[in-house]
Design a protein around this ligand. Sequence first.
Ligand SMILES: C[S@@+](CC[C@H](N)C(=O)[O-])C[C@H]1O[C@@H](n2cnc3c(N)ncnc32)[C@H](O)[C@@H]1O
Length: 218
Amino acid sequence: MDIGSGPGMFVRHLLDTRPSDFRITACDRSPAMIDAAAGRLTASDPEVCLSVSRIEDLPFDDCSFDVALALGVLEYVDIAQALPEVSRIVRPGGLVIATMLNPASPYRLFEWCIYWPARRLAGRIEGLLGIQPSRPHGARRSGIRAVRRGRLARLMRGAGLTPYDVVAFDITSTVPPFDKLVRRHHRRWRDHPERTVSRGLRGRMGTGYLIAARKAPV
Ligand SMILES: C[S@@+](CC[C@H](N)C(=O)[O-])C[C@H]1O[C@@H](n2cnc3c(N)ncnc32)[C@H](O)[C@@H]1O
């Protein structure tokens, strides 16, 4: 079950790499995303169930999935409300894998405390000078809320899930906007993605992290 599947990139990846290992369901609150996911499927793919639905109110039976993924979606929702619903649809002993932006990484601290406020300030100055703010300067707040791994782990436990692994990803020593330049010339992300993840101290430099958790067996 891929919750908040977006345009179905991961569904496509699973179909391409593990074609007969999973029966896949994907949902997203956005009909446009589900349409895009449908557009990635071909007639020769195994059947994939697609649903426009919200993580807070999933239209699936209790314990109906072995694995639930919530990749890049918890940042947009009330996590305390969403996780019990994710836990509900997973069978006892089943797996929940969730990702979250790392609010304590140097990258995110710089991005949220300096980079975006500076751009918005530039937009306000442009406004005062009667200049139409350029698009990035006029960018609205994203509404993203990120929590640290300890808090996410506690929320998972509260939802009946037991975290057993945490992997930091997208490890970088750059900050925006220089990261774009570095990534363009640096082949690490493309050629050696394994070097951009860590379970150790380097993980503090990861812009995001993944938590794997199990639902308690009955
Ligand atoms: C950053 S995208 C991640 C897409 C995909 N999981 C990936 O990793 O590429 C976040 C997705 O979550 C969806 N989303 C946001 N709030 C949601 C909610 N309450 N229920 C279900 N999906 C939601 C958005 O529509 C968007 O497609």
